[in-house]
Design a binder for this molecule. Structure first.
Ligand code: ZN
Length: 227
């Protein structure tokens, strides 16, 4: 149950300009059990990833908080309004999302980013977190499908976007891509990224945490090979 771990706020939708409700999580109140090598955090009883994507209950626009609260360009507004204000997509507000409802929110968010040719780094984040909610639910098929998409988007972001994006450095992304490929059984792709990170003196000096994580994962992969 999500009692005490969430609260509801009202926001104005940039697309339909109506007031809609959002469930926000109190992250301090949620206990962490473990963290996977690709960054997925596991929590006790309650999964905050279910609420990362906000959905407007009136027009169906779905995106993360940052997208909702940052000015959307006029060109993108025109594209999104043309679709959303004519289709009458009704996504009812729920205080507690099921796996299906959370997955729908992520799928819609991905779809709208496709429509406006949004940044791959953003699509990577959506696909990756969607994979995480499937992981927690034990649905490996869907998890792997979205892990593969996330890896593609991250690689595209590495080629096209300038880093850091917020706090996210290109080396951190390379590590995450390696961790994803290792989970997908793509040993060669994983080790290519890891060896790049490990041999880079700049990473060792400026981002020792990434260097150490890369070395640890490299060690795990080598150990698995011997079995
Ligand atoms: Zn709306």
């Amino acid at each position: 149950m999500a009692v005490g771990k969430t609260f509801i706020v009202e926001k104005t939708c940039p697309i339909c300009e109506q007031t809609f409700r959002v469930v926000k999580t109190r992250s301090r109140k949620i206990a962490v059990t473990r963290r996977d090598d690709d960054g997925c955090t596991h929590y006790v009883e309650f999964n905050p990833y279910y609420y990362t994507v906000w959905v407007c209950e009136h027009c169906g626009f779905a995106a993360d908080e940052k997208t909702f609260t940052t000015k959307i360009t006029d060109r993108h507004l025109t594209i999104l309004r043309a679709v959303l204000l004519t289709k009458n997509i009704k996504i009812p507000f729920v205080e507690e999302r099921t796996l299906g409802e959370a997955a729908t929110a992520f799928r819609l968010a991905l779809k709208f980013q496709d429509l406006i040719h949004g940044k791959s780094s953003k699509k990577a984040k959506y696909a990756h977190q969607l994979a995480w909610i499937y992981r927690e639910a034990g649905d490996t098929t869907q998890e792997n499908e979205f892990l593969a998409k996330a890896a593609d988007f991250y690689e595209d972001a590495l080629m096209r976007e300038s880093f850091p994006i917020g706090e996210l450095t290109d080396n951190a992304v390379m590590y995450v891509v390696a961790a994803i490929y290792w989970r997908l059984g793509e040993r060669q792709k994983a080790t290519t990224y890891l060896s790049k990170l490990i041999s880079d003196k700049g990473v060792r000096e400026r981002e020792p945490r990434i260097h150490d994580k890369a070395r640890d994962l490299w060690g795990d992969i080598r150990a698995a090979k011997k079995k």
